[in-house]
Write a protein that binds this ligand. Structure first.
Ligand SMILES: C[S@@+](CC[C@H](N)C(=O)[O-])C[C@H]1O[C@@H](n2cnc3c(N)ncnc32)[C@H](O)[C@@H]1O
Length: 224
């Protein structure tokens, strides 16, 4: 995917923006609602599940595949405020420009413009305490090259669709995810692709197909 070229701003059905990538003929989020999809897949099926499963865990470690617009980071920072501190690492090979992120309406719609601006202003490769409850490290790297000793409680797997970037849905990537998760750790993704679920099961995850957000029948949650 060539970096940034030709990407255009679109408005999805819930009024929130997303981006369209002509080279892939693909959007960053569901056209049925970007905020609605992120809230459903990553916050409700992912974060809420981990908060419940790990009530005694003082700080949650989250890894995101694909920082993109920063929408998942923003929703997570808002959700964790005053409840559970989150240490959030996000991988991104093609960072958006400041002009592209400044045009997005997530901060405005969620009444958190300053926070959204802070997430994007954080320098890459540095751990930044954005709020008392949310620490962010954005890492400019290809998913496949990420090596770390960190263990995560939750992975947001938010690559472009398997049909568009099949190399990012390879079994090897999910083996890497399994190794990166602590026992009981959770991976969530919007995809309910059959091969993906078979691969996750073969690796050792307990896999559940859950109802998807509007416009999508199903999504996947996998527990280590
Ligand atoms: C479906 S978008 C979602 C992004 C983000 N979670 C959001 O809500 O805006 C997928 C993201 O993965 C990034 N990406 C694509 N290929 C990648 C790769 N090989 N390594 C790391 N990031 C990649 C894209 O640039 C894009 O930001």
């Amino acid at each position: 995917m060539p970096a940034k070229s030709g990407i255009t701003l679109i408005t999805t059905e819930d009024g929130s923006h997303s981006l369209y990538v002509p080279e892939l003929e693909e959007t960053y989020h569901s056209v049925h609602g970007a905020i609605r999809e992120s809230q459903h897949v990553f916050l409700e099926a992912g974060l809420a599940c981990v908060l419940e499963k790990k009530p005694a865990k003082a700080t949650l470690n989250i890894l995101e595949f694909g920082f993109g617009t920063g929408l998942n980071a923003l929703l997570t920072a808002i959700r964790c405020e005053g409840t559970r501190p989150v240490n959030y690492h996000s991988l991104e090979k093609y960072p958006l420009t400041t002009a592209q992120t400044a045009a997005l309406n997530y901060g405005k719609l969620l009444c958190r413009e300053a926070l959204f601006g802070q997430l994007h202003a954080c320098p890459w490769e540095k751990t930044t305490a954005v709020t008392d409850y949310f620490t962010l490290k954005k890492i400019n790297i290809d998913f496949r090259d990420y090596k770390t000793r960190h263990q995560y409680d939750l992975i947001y797997f938010d690559a472009f669709a398997p049909g568009k970037q099949p190399e990012l849905w390879d079994k090897g990537i999910f083996r890497q995810c399994y190794a990166l998760l602590s026992p009981g750790g959770v991976l969530v993704t919007y995809s309910a692709n059959g091969q993906l679920k078979r691969d996750l099961s073969a690796i050792g995850f307990t896999v559940a197909q859950l109802p998807g957000p509007p416009g999508k029948r199903a999504m996947t949650r996998a527990v280590k």
